[in-house]
Design a protein around this ligand. Structure first.
Ligand code: LLP
Length: 426
């Protein structure tokens, strides 16, 4: 009985994936071609309001970590919904400004960059988040107390879906170690640096409220010696449901824990502080579906390979992290006809899309696939297109946004010109 109920509920969940705002995925594939990233604007708005509703009782700023998806149309949705930006390169900053952001709505949180990038960001009016002592000293020398900054702390906390996306543990390259408080304070005092906030980001794919709490309280304990704080920035990392079986983070629960401990800290600090969070995945991952076409069903004696017209060049998360993405046959809703497929790409590397929950290449049960069917990978709105490459000299996918029931192209499909544009061929 329980198994039947689970089966039925998973089936209902999976049916919900077949269309976006009433438009069938197969129609989108036919109209715009594949491979194709499609994004649901309503889903992004929904996630913004869930996040806002979960962090309550104090001033809050959401700083979208736009490395997850920098399409200008996505940035504009954020802007229109009162969400600021967190950027990690001068180019992301420039894209933010192109999308309509004012410099002071943007935070620059780079890792180990040349000081000229910090100067660029300050010139644009962005607030910088400094992540090493050397850059802190240069910042002091150049700006003294004339420009505000945040300092990124490494709290020595373990959190994140896999070791490649954990950023706060003792061996991580990110932030200034929490054990270097004296060195930080010496530089801050020497140049009278105007430190308006402290920042930490634990990692990505974190579900457990205790991990967020542990990192937050390490930062709070650290913060009392900084007297001019206005902001605490707790980063992003909220886990999204990469499979229908895994609901991801419970934002209400985690938000409540974070809110309580932040309010308690503000009280003890003696001033109302503003909380910043920097989600990437949480805001855009579920909004994105990646569509490809089945090019070959290869009935090998050992296993059945399902080859699709894309590869690790377009969605590298499975091969890079062993990440699970929910995959389904958008052309066949009949789940009575399932078969096990190893879903693979068309790149001249092993580029498997079907990983199990333990990061191992695996077979996936899909509704029976015919060559030509549209195969969809869910939860592809974050770190999909932005991590895509031209490997094997294939074009980047096109991108389509669904808003108010209409599908519009927000990035055209490439042509040979895009591959040769900057080549010098005397
Ligand atoms: N803030 C900082 C300082 C970050 O480094 C990151 C992500 C975020 C916020 C947003 O994290 P999110 O909310 O998206 O988990 N490519 C990997 C994820 C790398 C995350 C890098 N930093 C993936 O596809 O799983």
């Amino acid at each position: 009985m329980i198994i039947l109920r689970l089966y039925l509920s998973l089936n209902l969940i999976s049916m919900a994936y077949y269309s976006i705002q009433g438009i069938q995925l197969t129609d989108l594939a036919q109209q715009f071609g594949t491979p194709l990233y499609v994004y649901d604007a309503d889903k992004i708005r929904e996630k913004i309001s869930v996040l806002r509703g979960s962090l309550k009782g104090f001033p809050l700023s959401i700083k979208y970590a736009c490395k997850a998806n920098t399409n200008l149309s996505i940035l504009r949705i954020m802007l229109q919904n009162g969400v600021d930006l967190d950027v990690v390169s001068p180019q992301e900053l420039a894209l933010g400004i192109l999308a309509g952001y004012a410099g002071n709505q943007i935070t620059f949180t780079p890792s180990g960059v040349d000081f000229s990038e910090i100067e660029f960001a300050v010139d644009k009016g962005a607030i910088v988040n400094l992540d090493n002592l050397s850059v802190l000293e240069k910042f002091g020398q150049k700006y003294g107390s004339t420009k505000p900054c945040l300092i990124r702390i490494k709290p020595h906390v373990f959190g994140g879906g896999n070791e490649k996306i954990m950023t706060a543990h003792p061996e991580s390259k990110f932030g200034i170690s929490i054990h270097q408080k004296e060195e930080i304070l010496t530089i801050v005092d020497q140049y009278k640096i105007h430190v308006i906030g402290l920042h930490q980001h634990t990692g990505s794919d974190i579900k457990d409220g205790k991990t967020f709490q542990e990192a937050a309280s390490a930062l709070f304990d650290f913060a009392y010696d900084f007297k001019d704080l206005e902001i605490i920035d707790l980063g992003g990392g909220f886990k999204v449901p990469y499979s229908p079986e895994d609901p991801g983070v419970d934002m209400q629960d985690v938000g409540q824990l974070m809110s309580q401990s932040f309010l308690e800290f503000s009280r003890q600090y003696g001033r109302e502080l503003r909380l910043w969070v920097e989600p990437g995945k949480f805001l855009v991952s579920e909004a994105g579906t990646f569509l490809a076409q089945a090019t070959v069903v290869k009935n090998d004696p050992i296993k059945t390979f399902l080859g699709i017209n894309t590869g690790l060049n377009h969605l590298i998360r499975p091969m890079m992290y062993g990440s699970y993405h929910y995959i389904f046959n958008a052309s066949n809703a009949n789940s009575a006809s399932q078969k096990a497929y190893r879903v693979v790409g068309n790149i001249c590397e092993t580029d498997t899309f079907s990983f199990d929950f333990n990061g191992k290449q695996d077979e996936r049960n899909l509704n029976e696939v015919q060559e030509g069917d549209i195969i969809a990978l869910a939860n592809a709105g974050a770190y999909g297109f932005t991590m895509a490459s031209h490997y094997n000299s294939r074009y980047l996918p096109a991108e389509v946004l669904i808003d108010q029931g209409k599908a519009i192209v927000i990035r055209k499909r490439e042509t040979l010109d895009d591959l040769t544009r900057n080549q010098v061929f005397p």
